[in-house]
Design a protein around this ligand. Structure first.
Ligand code: TXA
Ligand code: MG
Length: 342
């Protein structure tokens, strides 16, 4: 099978493929998703196979209306309705209790809850509308790799494994949606994203920020958070705020291989880098950096001589919290240590 790239005037064709139970990757404002009809169990199973995703890791169900949520959720609490009104379409995924038997175990990973998301991308909302069913969508990358922010990234990982990719150019936000569990008494953020704790608290009052605290042997709230994630082949080093980048450059020069250097434009412009440095600009500010992070990390996978990547850190608040969550995982928590540079 050769994976087809659907242009925006071919949404009918993409929707027909979804209706036939085939896999079609779709754009969102965050990252590209790997789509299948959420009500078609064999199709959903194929999503796990194509990604190489562990079967206990549930999928997000993408909808184009609150009415569609009502078909599958046991109930929508008043606060969840308020959040939907405030942030949908947008980068907030809301977990609710499932209506018994409404969706297969394959979608929910056997949990009694489902994650719902109303993406801020018109072609994909049209795709859901034309297919007439909710569409499951994990990020459309091979499991463990950084999420795809272009149709080309998806093609790189999944060509031959899926029917097509609906191409809407590069995504705007670049990090995946905020995942908020509203199935419990106190809502909990399971994954930080562009919709921040403050944004949410502005609508429903105080919530718990409990993401990425899952240990190896605990039962995770968001099963996906326990797996190795966002990891390029090269080791990533987090360059903390306030680090002297001249030291970074010196360290790069001492390495026997090429080193990827991911930093804001203003840093790259001032820095004298050695020949074995391969630059990637994160632009200006944390919004640019979030939009570009996965593209940069993925790009270095195509350069086998790059065996290390140093990447600029940002303050972990607001969108910076989501950026640092992804960067930490891609680095496995490893930081650049200026003290080791002689
Ligand atoms: O921005 C996004 O959310 C993208 C785009 C394509 O919409 N999707 C995405 O899906 O990032 P995925 O599958 O890569 O990440 C979904 C996360 C996983 O960590 C998963 O474990 C968690 O959400 N999740 C899904 N359903 C859940 C549930 N019922 N309870 C707890 N966690 C859930
Ligand atoms: Mg993912």
């Amino acid at each position: 099978m050769n994976t087809k790239i659907y242009q925006l005037n071919q949404i009918d064709e993409a929707a027909a493929a979804i209706q036939r139970g085939e896999l079609v990757a779709f754009p969102t404002e965050t990252v590209y998703g790997l789509g299948a009809d959420a009500t078609n169990e064999p199709a959903v199973k194929n999503v796990y196979l194509a990604k190489g995703r562990p079967s206990d890791n549930p999928l997000i169900v993408h909808v184009n209306s609150v009415a569609m949520v009502e078909k599958y959720a046991a109930e929508i609490p008043a606060n969840a309705r308020k959040l939907m009104a405030a942030f949908w379409p947008g980068s907030l995924t809301i977990i609710l209790k499932i209506k018994k038997g409404a969706l297969s175990k394959t979608v929910t990973g056997g949990l009694s809850t489902v994650a719902f998301r109303f993406p801020d991308n018109q072609p994909t909302l049209d795709l859901i509308g034309k297919a007439g069913v909710p569409i499951v969508g994990p990020s459309a990358n091979t499991s463990g790799k950084p999420s795809p922010t272009t149709a080309q990234h998806v093609y790189h990982d999944l060509n031959g494994k899926i029917t097509g990719i609906l191409d809407d150019g590069p995504t705007r936000v670049g990090v995946e949606s905020t995942v908020l569990d509203m199935s419990t008494a106190t809502p909990v953020i399971l994954r930080p994203g562009a919709v921040t704790k403050q944004d949410i608290e502005g609508v429903i009052g105080s919530i718990d920020l409990n993401h990425h605290k899952v240990g190896k042997n605990e039962t995770p709230k968001a099963p996906g958070m326990k797996y190795k994630h966002y990891a390029p082949s090269a080791q990533v080093y987090i360059v903390d705020e306030g680090t002297d980048w001249a030291k970074v450059a010196k360290w790069v020069a001492q390495q026997p291989f090429d080193v990827g250097v991911m930093a804001e434009e203003r840093i790259l412009q001032q820095l004298t880098l050695p020949m074995n440095a391969v630059q990637f600009s994160l632009g200006t500010g944390v919004e640019d950096a979030s939009a570009r992070l996965f593209d940069g990390l993925r790009g270095f996978d195509d350069q086998p001589n790059v065996k290390a990547i140093v990447t600029e850190a940002f303050t972990a608040k607001n969108l910076g919290r989501a950026y640092m969550n992804r960067l930490n995982k891609s680095a496995g928590g490893v930081h650049f240590d200026p003290a080791q540079v002689k």
